[in-house]
Unconditional design. Structure first.
Length: 104
């Protein structure tokens, strides 16, 4: 008799993928800051206590891959990069605020 294994890509709940997307050490904080205004990497390093360059880079890349953040290269001197919420990310603002309300 063979038993079926549920792989990690199969979600049993539709909200599970969303919760996985926003899970992580710095992702909720990055998302919260991006709701207010465009963010820059060094600003995140300053504003998020305990964050380091590598962990922030990974979190930003994952948020980009899930299309919640977009990376915008501004070609003024000096060259800098801003991160903005995408349309998909903006749709999550009310959900995120409700989650914050439940936590307080």
């Amino acid at each position: 008799m063979t038993t079926l294994k549920i792989t990690e890509t199969q979600e049993t709940c539709p909200a599970q993928a969303l919760l996985k997307t926003l899970s992580g050490k710095w992702k909720p904080e990055i998302f919260r800051l991006a709701m207010v205004s465009p963010i820059r990497f060094n600003t995140l390093l300053r504003d998020i206590q305990g964050a380091n360059k590598q962990s922030l880079s990974v979190a930003l890349k994952e948020l980009e891959e899930t299309e919640l953040l977009e990376k915008k290269i501004i070609s003024q001197k000096p060259l800098h990069i801003e991160y903005n919420l995408t349309e998909k990310g903006k749709l999550l603002i009310p959900v995120f605020k409700q989650l914050e309300g439940l936590a307080s």
